[in-house]
Design a protein around this ligand. Sequence first.
Ligand code: AMP
Ligand code: ZN
Length: 116
Amino acid sequence: MSNENCLFCKILAGDIPADVVYESDSAIAFRDINPQAPTHVVIIPRKHIATINDIDPDDQQVVGSLFTAAREIARTEGHAEAGYRVAMNCNESAGQTVFHIHLHLLGGRSFSWPPG
Ligand code: AMP
Ligand code: ZN
């Protein structure tokens, strides 16, 4: 399930420290090391899935759990009413740098559209 070369699998294993803000059976979330907003949390599945392209039909519950986490974190961080953004990058053109799928949850400021 885990990938020994994957940074986020190392965080899951406790080998690299992280500021964890949420945990469930299938997902965990921690503060981004290079925040792009006052709140910037990275939400990852416990299962190693490299990119959106690698999600298979059996992963639906796992992927859905990332949004359950986002909803809960937005509430606890105080952004549910004002609004917030969730984003997932896939591969090079979108700027994916860690190949273990993750939802970015950004809040605490206004966001423009379309994104850069
Ligand atoms: P992406 O570019 O969409 O793949 O996002 C990867 C994110 O992981 C970036 O926002 C990084 O700042 C973040 N990141 C990288 N290393 C760490 C770490 N050790 N702890 C927390 N966040 C990290
Ligand atoms: Zn991984």
